[in-house]
Design a protein. Structure first.
Length: 123
């Protein structure tokens, strides 16, 4: 009986870790330019909490392409990624492409000449 008890205790942390989902944000472009991105880095407890202070849960930064970021979310429906690049005269259209993957599966994609948006259900 002692062996069975120690096996049960040892397996508890593994099941606790399995409750979150690996969410990967991916941004690419045809020209390798930098983009301003907004993306969810922490899951809010509710929509009201998000609305009260969105930047407690979002990150805004300029990133070069290609770019990737992975976060663990309990509910991947909160995942969102917005990307935009400025138009510059005489330069090629950047051709933005975004993707959100959940546990290795592509669940959202977006394309545009200067902007791309990928998001799941809570938006």
């Amino acid at each position: 009986m002692l062996a069975a008890a120690s096996v049960g205790v040892g397996s508890a942390p593994a099941s606790a870790e399995a409750t979150g989902h690996q969410v990967k944000y991916i941004l690419t472009s045809g020209t390798g330019v930098s983009f301003q991105v907004n993306y969810l880095t922490a899951q809010p407890p509710s929509k009201a909490a998000y609305n009260a202070d969105p930047y407690a849960f979002l990150k805004k930064e300029e990133v070069p392409t290609p770019w990737e970021f992975t976060v663990t979310l309990e509910d991947p429906q909160w995942a969102t990624l917005d990307a935009s690049a400025a138009a510059h005269g005489g330069q090629a259209v950047p051709g933005a492409h975004c993707e959100i993957q959940v546990d290795g599966q592509v669940v959202s994609q977006g394309d545009g000449p200067y902007t791309a948006r990928c998001q799941l259900g809570n938006w």
